[in-house]
Design a protein around this ligand. Structure first.
Ligand code: AP5
Ligand code: MG
Length: 216
């Protein structure tokens, strides 16, 4: 099963990816999580990426394509994967088509979590994350349920970064959806409702037949 999660900042990609990872037993490949791990580890690349993420801007296509290329080549990806946060631009989408082709893989589904801007702003302003395992939690949660770490706010959830994140998504990432709509792969899911309700819709969409004539 090869899945792509698509949606605005705060639409619930990470939340639903966790459910899908458990359900299908396949890795969750989240480019934002990978970048934050580099920042946290203090690598040279992490030091370069940190101000870009904190400002709500995008890391260059060239670097992101190299990162996803290397990740998809790892052994655990052979069973399938859930990609979250990539592609965010048309050049990234074109590169991913070519990488998938080279691996002899196709996406089974592109899951678009649709959430209005007011709700996105509300979620991002209160979100807390575990600095150790990167799980996300709603406002006022005290500690990570998985490892007990004290939760923190993400740098890019601070007020000054949220607006640029949504603007760049509208400008550069919305066109990516049209790219996949053309292939008949997109399932649009109302991302407002309880997390469990949305999970049920996501699973139903994954198992529904596509309009895409190509086989996986
Ligand atoms: P990334 O980490 O991918 O951030 P994002 O796309 O902005 O998305 P988020 O992680 O903020 O939101 P989400 O959709 O995962 O929502 P979540 O499940 O947490 O990327 C970060 C940065 O890295 C980018 O800005 C860029 O700088 C860089 N980057 C990454 N990939 C790149 C690329 N390909 N190219 C260039 N740059 C790249 O949910 C949000 C909150 O809502 C949580 O608190 C959650 O508990 C809550 N919630 C979830 N579902 C519900 C619900 N149904 N009802 C109520 N609350 C809910
Ligand atoms: Mg996320």
């Amino acid at each position: 099963m090869n899945l792509l999660l698509y949606g605005a900042p705060g639409s619930g990609k990470g939340t639903q990816a966790n459910m899908l990872r458990t359900h299908f037993g396949i890795p969750h490949i989240a480019t934002g999580d990978m970048l934050r791990a580099e920042i946290q580890a203090g690598t040279q690349f992490g030091r370069l990426a940190q101000p870009i993420l904190a400002a709500g801007q995008y890391v260059s296509d060239e670097i992101m394509i190299a990162i996803i290329n290397s990740r998809l080549s790892q052994a655990d990806s052979r069973r399938g994967f859930i990609i979250d946060g990539f592609p965010r631009t048309i050049p990234q989408a074109v590169a991913l088509d070519s990488l998938m082709g080279g691996l002899g893989r196709r996406f089974d589904r592109v899951l678009y979590l649709k959430v209005d801007t007011d709700e996105l702003l509300r979620r991002l302003s209160g979100r807390l994350v575990c600095p150790k395992c990167q799980r996300t939690y709603p406002p006022k949660t005290e500690a990570c349920a998985a490892d007990g770490s004290a939760l923190v706010q993400r740098d890019d959830d601070k007020a000054e970064a949220v607006k640029p994140r949504i603007e760049i998504y509208l400008q550069k990432t919305i066109p990516v959806l049209e790219h996949y709509r053309g292939e008949g792969l997109v399932s649009e899911i109302d991302g407002t409702g309880t997390i469990d309700e949305i999970s049920r819709q996501v699973l139903a969409a994954v198992t529904a037949p596509t309009t895409n004539r190509q086989t996986a």
